[in-house]
Structures are given as C-alpha cells and as structure tokens.
Design a protein. Structure first.
Length: 126
C-alpha cells in the first residue's frame, strides 16, 4: 500500500467515524432505542481501531512524530479530548445537559482535528 492510498483510507475512515458519532449523538439526544443495537455498539469501535492503525501507519511512513510536528501533537491532544468528551456524551453523562454539552464539545474537537490536518497548522483559526 502506498502513502497516498493509506492517506485516503485514513480520511475515509475519519469521515465515517465522525458521521457515526454524529448519528449516535443525535440518537442519544432523541433517546432513541437505536443506540442499543449490536451493530451500533460494535461498528464504531472497529472503524476507530482501523482509523488509529492508519494514523500510526501514516506517522511511521512519513517519519513524523507528535512531539516533533506541532500540528500532529495538537491533533493527538484534541483526539484525547474528543474521546473523553465522546465518552461523557454517549456513556458517562448523568444528565441530558451534560451529555448534550459534551456531544457538541466533542464535535468541535472533531472539527478542529480535521481543520488542523488539512492546514497542518494548529492555530489555523488565527
């Protein structure tokens, strides 16, 4: 597999992962029983595992490390925030307000990760 193909696989997985998170978040806000379906509980983990593997492959292939590339380090920090906020939104939030707030904050993190990846600038908004 060449670098460009791996990059496109990674971008496709990121789009799919974000779309599923958005869908699951909307179902959470609507208190939909769809959240209890087996595929809804397992598919995101499989996609996110492949997404992480492709990210590691891209970093290895390009020789970039999070602590030597500021934009990549910012993405890793934002990814950790996204995971934590997503966990509160979909699992650990006690109230609807907590879950909803965490959901929208996680979406903001996801957007930041994508914009940072495109611009290669952790301060793209300045």
């Amino acid at each position: 597999m060449n670098y460009l193909l791996l990059k496109h696989v990674h971008m496709s997985l990121a789009a799919l992962s974000g779309s599923l998170f958005l869908l699951r978040g909307l179902w959470m806000l609507a208190a939909s029983p769809m959240l209890e379906r087996a595929w809804v509980r397992s598919l995101p983990h499989m996609i996110d595992s492949l997404l992480l593997a492709s990210a590691i492959g891209l970093a290895w292939w390009s020789g970039q490390l999070p602590w030597t590339s500021p934009w990549l380090g910012a993405k890793v920090i934002a990814l950790i925030a996204y995971i934590l906020l997503g966990s509160v939104a979909l699992k650990y939030g006690r109230t609807r307000l907590q879950r909803g707030s965490a959901f929208f904050a996680a979406l903001a993190c996801f957007g930041y990760i994508g914009a940072t990846a495109v611009t290669k600038n952790p301060l793209f908004f300045l």
